[in-house]
Design a protein around this ligand. Sequence first.
Ligand code: NAX
Length: 327
Amino acid sequence: MQQPLNVAITGAAGQISYALLFRLIAGELAGNQQSLSLRLLEVPEALPMLEGVVMELADCAAPLLRDVVVTADPEVAFRDADLVFLLGARPRGPGMERRDLLQGNAEIFSRQGRALNEVARRSVKVLVVGNPANTNALIALRNAPELSPRNFSAMTRLDHNRALSLLAAQCGCEVGEVKRIAIWGNHSTSQFPDLSHATVSGRSALALVGDDWFRGSFIPTVQQRGASVIQVRGKSSAASAANAALGQMRSWIGATPGGDWVSMAVLSDGSYGIAEGIVYSFPVTTAGGDFQIARDLPIGDFARERMQASAAELLEERAMVEHLFPV
Ligand code: NAX
């Protein structure tokens, strides 16, 4: 058995965490030879409930689970962390404006960014899931100047998986036959789920499904899928979100298969004319614990307009919180 991986999870008493933890200790993240040390962070009020989750973890008698730390202190949770899932965030309350939501979360993610900067492993991988995920990731990385911005990403894998599944259903094919779906932009309704480069068993997906379905049905369905789940289930996506978090982290520490990519929100380097300095979802390939934005894709006018609209939203979000960035 190798040295345990230190895995920190915030919002650990929440519903996504509850769907994630038991898959982690079953070896779905780093295989069944890799033991894990879990560090679970919660707000003080939620610690008693989290103790109940810890009881259930113990009751799994999982051979891979080395130990569990429960804390309300980010510096304890993130000490020597290898992998971090930032799930906890302030939810939108009644009458709350977007600005209030962004600022409430800015406090949480500034504090957590500073703690990561101080105590996490320099190779740490931090996946931000808590919404607004892209801007929360930006706040965290700006508060961690001693870590590379490449140590941070925000989750758009759920959007990516939703797009994959929807296209496969429309084509009547297996999910595994679909390649090169891309989610561009923000994890919000401004995102651009793109089929321009997608293939189904090597054939152009757009040629198969047609532009009308792509623009009139596919794009809005993916953009609004989170709201649709809430409407039907009465609660937001949890198991599918945990599945996506696991998938995004597994891709990040592993490698994408040849000829395909995944979507991941990372700090923009100006690729495809997207403003630098926002956390924006791109198609990326991964290998050796690192990612590369897919290069030289041809971008048509319709796609460019959609991609820039989502960038504009992220620039607005950044403008609402940048006074909180350290200089
Ligand atoms: P829950 O409300 O079930 O759990 C959130 C937990 O976070 C709560 O237990 C709360 O006490 C804790 N928390 C709040 N502030 C904290 C802090 N400062 N430190 C540590 N813990 C803190 O939400 P859940 O359904 O688990 O969702 C978690 C987050 O994921 C939400 O922000 C949600 O909007 C976001 N999502 C993001 C998705 C994405 O694709 N990026 C999809 C799923 C999900 O909607």
